[in-house]
Write a protein that binds this ligand. Sequence first.
Ligand SMILES: [Zn+2]
Length: 420
Amino acid sequence: MSVTAFLRTRYGRGLRSRAAIEAHQHRAIARFREQVMPRSPFYAPLAQTPLEALPRMDKARLMENFSAINTCGIDRDHAFDVALDAERSRDFSPMIGRVGVGLSTGTSGQRGLFLTTPRERRLWAAIMCGRFWPDLWRRQRVAFFMRADNALYRTLANPLLRFEFFDVTRGLDTHLGALAELDPTVLIAPAGVLGVLAAAQRAGAITLRPRRVISVAETLSPDDNAQAARAFGCRVDEVYQATEGVLAFTCPHGHLHLNEAWMRIDRDVIDPDTGAFCPVIHDFTRESLPLLNYRLNDVLVPDDRPCPCGSACQRIARIEGREDDMLWWPGTDGPRLIPAEAMRTVIANLDAAVGDYRVVQAGNDLTIWLEHPGPTSAASLHADLRDLAHRFGATLPRVRFRDGLPADRTSKRKRIHVDR
Ligand SMILES: [Zn+2]
């Protein structure tokens, strides 16, 4: 792994002021313009263009121009074939030369292709180990639950690290034995899987004693976080990471900070009241497949308070969710954003018997599914929702209550979503 990046992540005093962040980014971007952009046929003629004036990118445009954007001369269709073949055969380290190829899950429908060079893999490992390795000189056993393995993750293995990959597509029950045998000191899993593992732990099916629990790849809701923390008896750290890279991770005080040491992150503010924004990233560490002026459709809510950890990297109060899944309710002067967090709190405060729930908005109709509702759950929730709407200066959409949970796939995965 990259020793400098490792030491900086673990012991470095970090970026302690906005000025330090800007100076660091300025230097890194200058280097990127000089050394990386000229190697990309797409960006070579744009190497001196201000970042925000570069063509606006999203997943679709990136995939469309993949062959011209990447600096490795890799053809998109070839890379797709390699990645798909590897996935079909469950051979998890597809490579083209020394470049690792991966496919993202594509929650928004389209699957993204990503590349990692050996240098990028070392950087990623440095952040994971530098920040999250519990005790440097003790051998660690890492259980890593992912949809597909990839050369990126294999980088973590070294003599001090036993690294076991658990394929989440296989069903979690099949893994419990191997998991108990591994007795991991570090447990890394997508938020949803952590929830299931926490339930298994509470039910006594496993008795893990991890020193670190890290949620990756999906956003971790506060209720899932609290449940996992209780089940495993330690705080749950969070790495907010997508195909697009590591965007944020929790500091030793448990607060999410944007990864401004690696990328400049501009804001496309969608709700001036809360400052909620979609990040527009310019990643100056990603050399294989440059990500510049790239807009993500995740909504982040900033927290402008300074953090006791001393890092000046922007704090994030929470990752609100996908832009497509934001609840907008009508208000007198236009639509009002109802934070998913506020909705969750209202439901969590209902009588304890209510288990899981789903909230689905379609136009001006809100359908709420409640598992094990009590006789008065619907009525009291309706009143609470009216209060909620009022607090945000909005009008409550038409509400319907249903018992149990919906069967369709999207609703299975997301507690709160918007049907379009
Ligand atoms: Zn902090």
